[in-house]
Design a protein around this ligand. Structure first.
Ligand SMILES: NC(=O)c1ccc[n+]([C@@H]2O[C@H](COP(=O)([O-])OP(=O)(O)OC[C@H]3O[C@@H](n4cnc5c(N)ncnc54)[C@H](OP(=O)(O)O)[C@@H]3O)[C@@H](O)[C@H]2O)c1
Length: 328
Protein backbone atom coordinates (compact mmCIF):
# COMPACT_ATOMS: atom_id res chain seq x y z
CA UNK A 1 0.00 0.00 0.00
CA UNK A 2 1.34 3.44 -0.86
CA UNK A 3 0.93 6.56 1.15
CA UNK A 4 -2.29 8.04 -0.22
CA UNK A 5 -3.28 10.87 2.13
CA UNK A 6 -6.65 10.92 3.88
CA UNK A 7 -9.23 13.62 3.33
CA UNK A 8 -12.64 14.13 4.88
CA UNK A 9 -16.01 14.48 3.20
CA UNK A 10 -17.99 15.85 6.11
CA UNK A 11 -17.04 13.25 8.72
CA UNK A 12 -16.27 10.48 6.25
CA UNK A 13 -12.56 9.65 5.90
CA UNK A 14 -11.52 8.76 2.33
CA UNK A 15 -8.36 8.54 0.25
CA UNK A 16 -7.45 11.94 -1.21
CA UNK A 17 -8.26 10.56 -4.66
CA UNK A 18 -11.05 8.12 -5.43
CA UNK A 19 -11.58 5.90 -8.45
CA UNK A 20 -14.44 6.64 -10.82
CA UNK A 21 -15.85 3.36 -12.10
CA UNK A 22 -18.43 4.46 -14.70
CA UNK A 23 -16.22 3.75 -17.72
CA UNK A 24 -15.90 0.14 -16.58
CA UNK A 25 -19.53 -0.37 -17.64
CA UNK A 26 -20.51 2.30 -20.11
CA UNK A 27 -19.83 5.63 -21.71
CA UNK A 28 -16.33 5.33 -23.04
CA UNK A 29 -16.30 2.32 -25.33
CA UNK A 30 -15.71 -1.41 -24.98
CA UNK A 31 -15.38 -2.76 -21.46
CA UNK A 32 -13.58 -5.78 -20.06
CA UNK A 33 -14.72 -7.01 -16.63
CA UNK A 34 -11.55 -8.96 -15.91
CA UNK A 35 -9.37 -5.96 -16.69
CA UNK A 36 -11.63 -3.71 -14.60
CA UNK A 37 -11.49 -6.02 -11.59
CA UNK A 38 -7.70 -6.14 -11.82
CA UNK A 39 -7.66 -2.33 -11.86
CA UNK A 40 -10.06 -2.15 -8.91
CA UNK A 41 -7.88 -4.53 -6.86
CA UNK A 42 -4.78 -2.58 -7.84
CA UNK A 43 -6.46 0.61 -6.64
CA UNK A 44 -7.18 -0.93 -3.24
CA UNK A 45 -3.61 -2.30 -3.05
CA UNK A 46 -2.27 1.20 -3.71
CA UNK A 47 -4.35 2.71 -0.90
CA UNK A 48 -7.36 4.09 -2.78
CA UNK A 49 -10.39 3.59 -0.57
CA UNK A 50 -13.14 5.55 -2.34
CA UNK A 51 -14.86 3.72 -5.20
CA UNK A 52 -17.52 5.66 -7.09
CA UNK A 53 -20.40 3.95 -8.86
CA UNK A 54 -24.12 4.44 -9.55
CA UNK A 55 -27.14 2.25 -10.17
CA UNK A 56 -27.30 3.93 -13.59
CA UNK A 57 -23.84 2.90 -14.84
CA UNK A 58 -24.36 0.03 -17.23
CA UNK A 59 -27.96 -0.20 -15.92
CA UNK A 60 -26.76 -2.04 -12.79
CA UNK A 61 -23.73 -3.77 -14.33
CA UNK A 62 -21.30 -1.40 -12.62
CA UNK A 63 -22.61 -2.05 -9.11
CA UNK A 64 -22.49 -5.80 -9.71
CA UNK A 65 -18.92 -5.50 -10.97
CA UNK A 66 -17.84 -3.45 -7.93
CA UNK A 67 -19.64 -5.95 -5.69
CA UNK A 68 -17.59 -8.78 -7.18
CA UNK A 69 -14.37 -6.79 -6.86
CA UNK A 70 -14.84 -5.87 -3.19
CA UNK A 71 -16.14 -9.26 -2.01
CA UNK A 72 -13.75 -10.25 0.76
CA UNK A 73 -12.27 -6.74 0.95
CA UNK A 74 -15.33 -4.80 2.07
CA UNK A 75 -13.58 -3.29 5.10
CA UNK A 76 -10.95 -1.60 2.91
CA UNK A 77 -13.50 0.28 0.83
CA UNK A 78 -15.65 3.37 1.09
CA UNK A 79 -18.45 2.47 -1.30
CA UNK A 80 -20.21 5.41 -2.91
CA UNK A 81 -23.21 4.88 -5.15
CA UNK A 82 -26.13 6.94 -6.44
CA UNK A 83 -29.82 6.78 -7.29
CA UNK A 84 -32.07 9.08 -9.27
CA UNK A 85 -32.05 8.01 -12.91
CA UNK A 86 -35.04 5.68 -12.95
CA UNK A 87 -34.66 4.91 -16.66
CA UNK A 88 -32.29 2.35 -18.06
CA UNK A 89 -29.50 3.37 -20.42
CA UNK A 90 -30.79 4.35 -23.82
CA UNK A 91 -34.31 5.12 -22.57
CA UNK A 92 -35.63 8.67 -22.18
CA UNK A 93 -34.39 10.26 -18.96
CA UNK A 94 -36.66 9.79 -15.96
CA UNK A 95 -35.48 11.33 -12.72
CA UNK A 96 -37.13 10.20 -9.50
CA UNK A 97 -36.56 11.42 -5.95
CA UNK A 98 -39.81 10.42 -4.24
CA UNK A 99 -39.50 8.55 -0.94
CA UNK A 100 -40.82 5.23 -2.23
CA UNK A 101 -38.32 5.29 -5.08
CA UNK A 102 -35.39 6.15 -2.76
CA UNK A 103 -36.15 3.09 -0.59
CA UNK A 104 -36.59 0.81 -3.58
CA UNK A 105 -33.41 2.04 -5.30
CA UNK A 106 -31.36 1.55 -2.15
CA UNK A 107 -32.51 -2.06 -1.74
CA UNK A 108 -31.64 -2.78 -5.36
CA UNK A 109 -28.17 -1.21 -5.00
CA UNK A 110 -27.44 -3.16 -1.80
CA UNK A 111 -28.42 -6.36 -3.59
CA UNK A 112 -26.28 -5.68 -6.65
CA UNK A 113 -23.30 -4.60 -4.55
CA UNK A 114 -23.72 -7.62 -2.28
CA UNK A 115 -23.25 -5.54 0.88
CA UNK A 116 -25.36 -4.67 3.92
CA UNK A 117 -24.64 -0.95 3.83
CA UNK A 118 -23.54 1.82 1.47
CA UNK A 119 -20.94 4.24 2.86
CA UNK A 120 -21.96 7.27 0.82
CA UNK A 121 -25.34 7.43 -0.91
CA UNK A 122 -25.89 10.24 -3.39
CA UNK A 123 -28.92 11.56 -5.14
CA UNK A 124 -27.59 11.51 -8.72
CA UNK A 125 -29.78 14.36 -9.99
CA UNK A 126 -32.31 16.47 -8.12
CA UNK A 127 -35.94 15.68 -9.01
CA UNK A 128 -37.69 19.03 -9.60
CA UNK A 129 -41.10 17.40 -9.04
CA UNK A 130 -40.27 16.34 -5.48
CA UNK A 131 -39.32 18.67 -2.62
CA UNK A 132 -35.72 17.95 -1.62
CA UNK A 133 -36.96 17.60 1.97
CA UNK A 134 -38.90 14.48 0.95
CA UNK A 135 -35.92 12.95 -0.85
CA UNK A 136 -33.39 13.65 1.88
CA UNK A 137 -35.93 12.66 4.53
CA UNK A 138 -36.14 9.23 2.91
CA UNK A 139 -32.34 9.07 2.63
CA UNK A 140 -32.06 9.96 6.34
CA UNK A 141 -34.35 7.04 7.18
CA UNK A 142 -31.91 4.78 5.37
CA UNK A 143 -29.16 6.10 7.65
CA UNK A 144 -31.30 5.40 10.70
CA UNK A 145 -31.93 1.87 9.42
CA UNK A 146 -28.17 1.28 9.06
CA UNK A 147 -28.38 0.76 5.30
CA UNK A 148 -26.47 3.94 4.48
CA UNK A 149 -23.75 5.74 6.44
CA UNK A 150 -23.41 9.19 4.82
CA UNK A 151 -25.47 11.22 2.38
CA UNK A 152 -24.48 13.09 -0.76
CA UNK A 153 -25.94 15.09 -3.61
CA UNK A 154 -24.77 15.37 -7.20
CA UNK A 155 -25.14 18.48 -9.36
CA UNK A 156 -27.41 20.15 -6.79
CA UNK A 157 -27.77 23.94 -6.73
CA UNK A 158 -26.87 26.15 -3.76
CA UNK A 159 -30.41 26.55 -2.40
CA UNK A 160 -31.13 22.83 -2.74
CA UNK A 161 -27.94 22.05 -0.81
CA UNK A 162 -28.98 24.36 2.04
CA UNK A 163 -32.46 22.85 2.25
CA UNK A 164 -31.12 19.29 2.09
CA UNK A 165 -28.51 19.93 4.78
CA UNK A 166 -31.22 21.29 7.08
CA UNK A 167 -32.95 17.88 6.95
CA UNK A 168 -29.83 15.73 7.47
CA UNK A 169 -26.10 16.54 7.27
CA UNK A 170 -24.81 16.18 3.73
CA UNK A 171 -21.26 14.80 3.60
CA UNK A 172 -20.43 15.45 -0.03
CA UNK A 173 -21.43 17.20 -3.20
CA UNK A 174 -20.33 15.39 -6.35
CA UNK A 175 -20.36 17.72 -9.33
CA UNK A 176 -18.33 18.25 -12.45
CA UNK A 177 -15.21 20.30 -11.70
CA UNK A 178 -12.11 20.58 -13.81
CA UNK A 179 -10.05 23.16 -15.64
CA UNK A 180 -12.76 23.45 -18.27
CA UNK A 181 -15.84 23.19 -15.99
CA UNK A 182 -15.77 25.70 -13.18
CA UNK A 183 -19.40 26.77 -12.77
CA UNK A 184 -19.68 25.57 -9.16
CA UNK A 185 -16.93 27.89 -7.96
CA UNK A 186 -19.01 31.08 -7.76
CA UNK A 187 -21.87 30.05 -5.52
CA UNK A 188 -22.07 26.30 -4.90
CA UNK A 189 -18.59 25.53 -3.52
CA UNK A 190 -18.78 28.44 -1.02
CA UNK A 191 -22.11 27.13 0.31
CA UNK A 192 -20.60 23.64 0.70
CA UNK A 193 -17.66 25.12 2.57
CA UNK A 194 -19.92 27.14 4.85
CA UNK A 195 -21.82 23.94 5.72
CA UNK A 196 -18.79 21.62 6.01
CA UNK A 197 -19.73 19.59 2.94
CA UNK A 198 -16.86 17.93 1.05
CA UNK A 199 -16.46 18.35 -2.71
CA UNK A 200 -16.03 15.42 -5.08
CA UNK A 201 -15.16 16.63 -8.59
CA UNK A 202 -16.31 14.22 -11.29
CA UNK A 203 -14.78 14.12 -14.77
CA UNK A 204 -11.71 15.95 -13.40
CA UNK A 205 -9.83 15.04 -16.57
CA UNK A 206 -12.53 16.54 -18.76
CA UNK A 207 -13.64 13.04 -19.78
CA UNK A 208 -10.08 12.30 -20.75
CA UNK A 209 -9.74 15.31 -23.06
CA UNK A 210 -7.39 17.22 -20.76
CA UNK A 211 -4.87 14.36 -20.87
CA UNK A 212 -4.23 15.18 -24.53
CA UNK A 213 -5.23 11.65 -25.57
CA UNK A 214 -7.96 12.74 -27.98
CA UNK A 215 -7.33 14.98 -30.95
CA UNK A 216 -10.48 13.83 -32.76
CA UNK A 217 -13.47 11.58 -32.15
CA UNK A 218 -12.34 9.27 -34.97
CA UNK A 219 -10.99 6.55 -32.72
CA UNK A 220 -13.96 6.58 -30.31
CA UNK A 221 -16.49 3.74 -30.31
CA UNK A 222 -19.82 4.46 -32.01
CA UNK A 223 -21.61 4.44 -28.64
CA UNK A 224 -19.02 6.57 -26.82
CA UNK A 225 -20.99 9.35 -25.09
CA UNK A 226 -18.34 11.90 -25.95
CA UNK A 227 -19.46 11.75 -29.59
CA UNK A 228 -22.64 13.57 -28.56
CA UNK A 229 -21.04 16.04 -26.16
CA UNK A 230 -20.75 19.60 -27.45
CA UNK A 231 -17.10 20.05 -26.46
CA UNK A 232 -16.11 17.13 -28.66
CA UNK A 233 -18.19 18.34 -31.63
CA UNK A 234 -16.62 19.45 -34.89
CA UNK A 235 -15.35 23.00 -34.62
CA UNK A 236 -15.44 23.04 -30.83
CA UNK A 237 -12.97 20.21 -30.43
CA UNK A 238 -10.39 21.97 -32.58
CA UNK A 239 -10.66 25.12 -30.45
CA UNK A 240 -10.45 23.15 -27.23
CA UNK A 241 -7.27 21.46 -28.42
CA UNK A 242 -5.50 24.79 -27.90
CA UNK A 243 -6.03 24.27 -24.15
CA UNK A 244 -4.37 20.88 -24.31
CA UNK A 245 -1.45 22.25 -26.31
CA UNK A 246 -0.73 24.80 -23.58
CA UNK A 247 -1.21 22.23 -20.83
CA UNK A 248 1.28 19.95 -22.58
CA UNK A 249 3.87 22.74 -22.59
CA UNK A 250 3.38 23.48 -18.89
CA UNK A 251 3.44 19.79 -18.04
CA UNK A 252 6.72 19.27 -19.93
CA UNK A 253 8.33 22.01 -17.84
CA UNK A 254 7.42 20.06 -14.71
CA UNK A 255 8.23 16.65 -16.19
CA UNK A 256 4.65 15.46 -15.65
CA UNK A 257 1.81 14.67 -18.05
CA UNK A 258 -0.97 17.08 -19.05
CA UNK A 259 -3.45 14.84 -17.23
CA UNK A 260 -1.41 14.95 -14.04
CA UNK A 261 -1.26 18.73 -14.25
CA UNK A 262 -5.03 18.98 -14.76
CA UNK A 263 -5.64 16.64 -11.85
CA UNK A 264 -3.14 18.38 -9.58
CA UNK A 265 -4.93 21.65 -10.31
CA UNK A 266 -8.22 20.14 -9.08
CA UNK A 267 -6.51 18.68 -6.03
CA UNK A 268 -5.14 22.10 -5.13
CA UNK A 269 -8.68 23.52 -4.86
CA UNK A 270 -8.68 22.67 -1.13
CA UNK A 271 -8.29 19.99 1.52
CA UNK A 272 -12.00 19.27 1.26
CA UNK A 273 -11.69 18.25 -2.41
CA UNK A 274 -11.49 14.58 -3.45
CA UNK A 275 -11.49 14.07 -7.23
CA UNK A 276 -12.55 10.73 -8.70
CA UNK A 277 -10.76 10.35 -12.05
CA UNK A 278 -12.14 7.42 -14.01
CA UNK A 279 -10.05 4.75 -15.64
CA UNK A 280 -10.24 1.10 -16.60
CA UNK A 281 -6.47 0.72 -16.72
CA UNK A 282 -3.76 0.13 -14.11
CA UNK A 283 -1.30 2.34 -15.97
CA UNK A 284 -3.58 5.40 -15.86
CA UNK A 285 -4.58 4.66 -12.28
CA UNK A 286 -0.92 4.84 -11.25
CA UNK A 287 -0.33 7.96 -13.32
CA UNK A 288 -3.36 9.66 -11.80
CA UNK A 289 -2.40 8.74 -8.24
CA UNK A 290 1.07 10.16 -8.84
CA UNK A 291 -0.61 13.52 -9.45
CA UNK A 292 -1.20 13.66 -5.69
CA UNK A 293 2.52 14.36 -5.34
CA UNK A 294 2.63 17.20 -7.86
CA UNK A 295 3.16 20.43 -5.94
CA UNK A 296 1.97 23.59 -7.62
CA UNK A 297 2.90 27.14 -6.61
CA UNK A 298 0.54 30.09 -6.91
CA UNK A 299 2.38 31.00 -10.16
CA UNK A 300 1.94 27.45 -11.49
CA UNK A 301 -1.78 27.53 -10.69
CA UNK A 302 -2.18 30.89 -12.42
CA UNK A 303 -0.34 29.64 -15.50
CA UNK A 304 -2.50 26.51 -15.65
CA UNK A 305 -5.69 28.56 -15.36
CA UNK A 306 -4.43 30.90 -18.08
CA UNK A 307 -4.15 27.85 -20.35
CA UNK A 308 -7.90 27.30 -20.08
CA UNK A 309 -9.60 30.72 -20.00
CA UNK A 310 -13.40 30.51 -20.07
CA UNK A 311 -13.60 32.35 -23.42
CA UNK A 312 -11.41 29.64 -24.99
CA UNK A 313 -13.68 26.75 -23.98
CA UNK A 314 -15.95 25.90 -26.87
CA UNK A 315 -19.24 24.11 -26.24
CA UNK A 316 -21.36 23.32 -23.18
CA UNK A 317 -20.35 20.50 -20.89
CA UNK A 318 -23.56 18.58 -21.67
CA UNK A 319 -26.08 18.54 -24.49
CA UNK A 320 -29.21 20.69 -24.15
CA UNK A 321 -31.43 18.25 -22.24
CA UNK A 322 -28.79 16.97 -19.84
CA UNK A 323 -27.77 20.55 -19.13
CA UNK A 324 -31.19 21.24 -17.62
CA UNK A 325 -30.54 18.59 -14.94
CA UNK A 326 -27.40 20.15 -13.44
CA UNK A 327 -26.89 22.73 -10.68
CA UNK A 328 -30.55 22.74 -9.67
N1 LIG B 1 -22.29 12.45 -10.73
C1 LIG B 1 -22.32 12.44 -12.04
O1 LIG B 1 -23.28 12.88 -12.67
C2 LIG B 1 -21.14 11.89 -12.81
C3 LIG B 1 -21.02 12.12 -14.19
C4 LIG B 1 -19.91 11.59 -14.84
C5 LIG B 1 -18.96 10.88 -14.14
N2 LIG B 1 -19.13 10.64 -12.79
C6 LIG B 1 -18.15 9.86 -12.00
O2 LIG B 1 -16.87 10.47 -12.13
C7 LIG B 1 -15.93 9.52 -12.60
C8 LIG B 1 -14.87 10.21 -13.44
O3 LIG B 1 -15.44 10.92 -14.52
P1 LIG B 1 -15.27 10.47 -16.03
O4 LIG B 1 -14.86 9.06 -16.09
O5 LIG B 1 -16.50 10.91 -16.72
O6 LIG B 1 -14.14 11.42 -16.62
P2 LIG B 1 -12.60 11.66 -16.35
O7 LIG B 1 -12.17 11.04 -15.09
O8 LIG B 1 -12.39 13.12 -16.56
O9 LIG B 1 -11.94 10.92 -17.62
C9 LIG B 1 -12.10 9.55 -17.86
C10 LIG B 1 -11.51 9.24 -19.21
O10 LIG B 1 -10.13 9.59 -19.22
C11 LIG B 1 -9.33 8.48 -19.52
N3 LIG B 1 -8.15 8.56 -18.66
C12 LIG B 1 -8.12 8.46 -17.31
N4 LIG B 1 -6.87 8.64 -16.85
C13 LIG B 1 -6.10 8.85 -17.94
C14 LIG B 1 -4.72 9.10 -18.12
N5 LIG B 1 -3.89 9.21 -17.07
N6 LIG B 1 -4.26 9.27 -19.39
C15 LIG B 1 -5.09 9.20 -20.45
N7 LIG B 1 -6.41 8.96 -20.34
C16 LIG B 1 -6.90 8.80 -19.09
C17 LIG B 1 -10.18 7.26 -19.25
O11 LIG B 1 -9.77 6.23 -20.10
P3 LIG B 1 -9.87 4.65 -19.82
O12 LIG B 1 -11.24 4.38 -19.31
O13 LIG B 1 -9.60 4.08 -21.14
O14 LIG B 1 -8.88 4.30 -18.80
C18 LIG B 1 -11.57 7.77 -19.60
O15 LIG B 1 -11.78 7.70 -20.98
C19 LIG B 1 -16.79 8.50 -13.35
O16 LIG B 1 -16.11 7.25 -13.49
C20 LIG B 1 -18.00 8.42 -12.46
O17 LIG B 1 -17.75 7.56 -11.35
C21 LIG B 1 -20.20 11.15 -12.13
Amino acid sequence: MTDVPTRYLGELAVSAQGLGCMGMSHGYGATDDAQSITTLHHALDLGVTLLDTSDFYGSGHNEELIGRAVAGRRDEVVLATKFGFANRLGEPTLIRGDAAYVRQACEASLRRLGVDHIDLYYQHRVDPQVPIEETVGAMAELVQAGKVRHLGLSEAGAQTIRRAHAVHPIAALQSEWSLWTRDLEAEIAPVCRELGIGLVPFSPLGRGFLTGRYSSVEGLAENDVRRSQPRFADGNLERNLAIVAKLNELAAEKAVTAGQLALAWVQHRGDDVVPIPGTRRQQYLEENLAALSVDLSAEDLAAIEAAAPSEQIAGNRYDGTSLTFVNR
